[in-house]
Ligand binder design. Structure first.
Ligand SMILES: [Zn+2]
Length: 83
């Protein structure tokens, strides 16, 4: 599971991670509805922040995921933890 590097808020499940050519982990969905907060930066691109502390995480690109209708979310500010 991937959590916020700053506050440890739960962000993305390893299950929603997929292979992408970018150097950062890419995900299709967040763990919780309120895991991240987003605001539109330009059409089809959102800035993604931690839903708890507002730490800037990366971007979401709508309809650019591994399958039609899925988004691609980058996470550059994360900690990876396992159970
Ligand atoms: Zn945070």
């Amino acid at each position: 599971m991937y959590v916020c590097a700053k506050c440890g808020h739960e962000l993305f499940s390893s299950r929603s991670k997929y292979e992408h050519s970018s150097p950062w982990p890419a995900f299709t969905e967040t763990i919780h509805e309120n895991s991240v907060s987003k605001h539109e930066e330009r059409r089809g691109a959102y800035k993604v922040k931690c839903g708890k502390c507002g730490n800037g995480l990366g971007h979401e690109f709508v309809n650019d995921g591994p399958k039609h209708g899925l988004s691609r979310m980058h996470n550059k500010q994360y900690k990876y933890i396992t159970f």
